[in-house]
Design a protein around this ligand. Structure first.
Ligand SMILES: [Zn+2]
Length: 595
């Protein structure tokens, strides 16, 4: 019989410790210490408290925990001296059936890894879905992590240990993330569609209105219909729109809008965008299964285009909902010379109807969006969810310092007009100035000495500036300081510069009431409501222009890497995202029902 949370909360300390025995390999003190913080609202809270206990422990204690783990497919496995939990995990991942070549490869990796880091390689081999990673993926992860910096790898090992504990805890409490598993499986199925040239290599690329893109739309529409949406259609720009209608007793119900995009970058991840479609799908499915109706309609939109890959029309899909579709885009051609108009006609879209999909904001309560974080913050903090305070505003520039190219051997240091040194100085200033704000970011992503040579003082240096901050005034102060410093550097070094502003996007601060609904929903799950800005742009930025919006972030694995095939989250984190959205729906239903 699996334990219940109630049993854990009411048991004596000794009994409770016994219930959690084996969560952390040969290291019972973590659970023991965490149990002093009972009662727990949820297993999510218990997991968070255990992660905090370990984070506060000194490094020796952390290392001892890592070293208490057996090597993967190592001597202990062969000699059958693993703990029951480890035997189960390594067996599920098929490590007990390694071919002689695989076994030899793993032994070599074990030896190299131990020599570099001084502790065994730890990987939650049951993987993000809990069903076991394929051996090939385990070996690839092993080889990849060998290249990590030791500080980072120590943290990564601890994160994997928490994931192992999470799965062991779910086993003890019979707490399968059923909703999260469904959300996971929808993503897997959708990821089988990929554009030609990428599909063959096992890469995921879905760009606007390709065959794979239209197959995705059809699949999402089918998933929506199966989940119990009342109306499902594909609109004039290729958005998949599902509506779950309000309780018929409610007269003139308003609509809650939610969703995200299903297109991807080239060789991208499976969860960017799509998580924001499937999480609300799971919510509607749960409502439908229990025959529940809310006092408002729920409209879920799978946006057709956000990434701007095939055509330079980023946010085309969410933009169309607020009347921002620009007819001149239709004549833009892709790399193969196919215009957007031709692509739309080929897909059978009714181009003339595009203006009609503009929404009337007065009919909407607001917009919420769930998205994978696409950054390392939640992963580092061992937090599954984060509440977004604002989508950062940004300004981009491209520029060039123009100094004097001269002989690297004969030009004395005090007679140089080195354009690259000027850019380097500016890059270091960006780093220092953005850090001072705490939540601003500034990047010189392009830095190039055109036609440079090893024995020539750089006469020109081209660079880019990408400046972002949670509010427009903060962004503007950052930009003003950077431009002032750029001017000073040029003057002092006796060089000139060119600078062109190429992009300016306003910040989209979350509507306070909507942000607070997410905060309360996360807190109800027993988790801290961690507040963070979004460094990346999202569909919510567009809807922000016409209605209140707020976003929820979900932790990404692998240090939150995104726009990359390694992008991942777990079924457990997906489950929490579904539960958080259910919390927002419940609260909104209670508010709306009030006279
Ligand atoms: Zn996205």
């Amino acid at each position: 019989m699996p334990y219940t949370l109630d049993q854990l909360n009411t048991a004596s300390q000794a009994e409770a410790e016994k219930m959690l025995d084996g969560l952390y390999e040969h290291t019972p003190w973590i659970a023991a210490e965490a149990l002093k913080h009972r009662p727990f609202k949820s297993l999510a809270q218990l997991k968070h408290v255990m992660a905090e206990v370990l984070a506060r422990a000194d490094q020796d204690a952390q290392l001892a925990l890592i070293r208490a783990h057996p090597e993967l497919a190592g001597k202990a496995m062969v000699a059958k001296t693993l703990t029951t939990e480890s035997t189960n995990e390594q067996g599920k991942a098929g490590l007990t059936d390694c071919t002689p070549e695989e076994f030899a490869r793993i032994q070599k990796l074990n030896a190299d890894y131990n020599a570099k880091f001084g502790f065994p390689f730890i990987l939650a081999v049951r993987g993000p879905r809990g069903t076991g990673l394929p051996r090939q993926q385990i070996i690839e992860a092993f080889a990849r992590r060998l290249d990590n910096h030791p500080d980072f790898e120590l943290a990564e090992a601890l994160r994997n240990i928490h994931r192992i504990a999470e799965i062991r805890l779910a086993d003890k409490f019979g707490a399968e993330p059923a909703l999260g598993n469904e959300v996971w499986d929808w993503h897997e199925a959708l990821a089988t569609h990929s554009d030609p040239g990428f599909a063959e290599q096992g890469q995921l690329t879905v760009t606007y209105l390709t065959d794979a893109h239209r197959a995705c739309a059809a699949q999402i529409a089918g998933d929506m219909a199966a989940a119990g949406f009342d109306e499902v259609h594909i609109d004039a720009v290729g958005n998949v729109v599902g509506r779950y209608k309000a309780d018929p007793a409610v007269r003139h119900p308003k609509t809650l809008l939610t969703g995200s995009h299903y297109d991807t970058v080239r060789n991208g991840g499976k969860y960017d965008g799509r998580l924001g479609i499937f999480v609300p799908l799971a919510c509607v499915q749960a409502l439908h299964r229990t025959g529940q109706r809310l006092p408002f309609d729920v409209e879920v939109v799978g946006f057709a285009e956000e990434e701007g890959q095939r055509y330079k029309a980023t946010f085309l899909a969410s933009g169309a909902l607020i009347g921002h579709f620009r007819p001149e885009w239709l004549d833009q051609a892709d790399a193969d010379g196919v215009t957007m108009r031709q692509a739309m006609q080929h897909a059978g879209l009714a181009i003339d109807d595009i203006p009609k999909i503009k929404r009337d904001p007065s009919k909407y309560l607001g917009f919420i969006e769930v998205h994978i974080e696409q950054g390392p913050v939640l992963n580092e903090l061992n937090l599954p969810l984060g509440v977004v305070t604002s989508i950062n505003g940004s300004i981009r520039y491209v520029g060039e310092f123009i100094g004097q190219a001269s002989h690297a051997g004969t030009t004395p240091m005090d007679r140089r007009r080195d354009a690259a040194c000027a850019a380097a100085e500016l890059a270091l200033y960006l780093e220092e100035r953005a850090a001072k704000d705490g939540d601003s970011v500034a990047t010189m992503g392009l830095l190039n000495v055109p036609a440079g040579s090893i024995n020539v003082v750089p006469g020109r240096c081209a660079f880019s500036l990408d400046l972002r901050a949670p509010t427009d005034p903060q962004r503007d102060r950052l930009a003003a300081d950077v431009l002032e410093r750029l001017q000073q550097i040029a003057t002092r070094r006796g060089i000139t510069f060119k600078l062109e502003e190429t992009m300016r996007a306003s910040a989209a601060p979350s509507a306070p009431a909507w942000q607070q609904r997410w905060e309360r929903a996360v807190a109800t799950l027993g988790l801290p409501a961690f507040l963070m800005p979004s460094g990346a742009g999202h569909d919510a930025m567009k809807l922000h222009e016409v209605m209140p919006q707020a976003m929820l972030f979900v932790r990404g694995e692998n240090s939150g890497i995104s726009h990359n095939p390694l992008e991942s989250t777990t079924a457990d984190d997906m489950e929490l995202a579904v539960r958080a959205m259910q919390g927002v729906l419940d609260e909104l239903a209670a508010e709306t029902a009030k006279p």
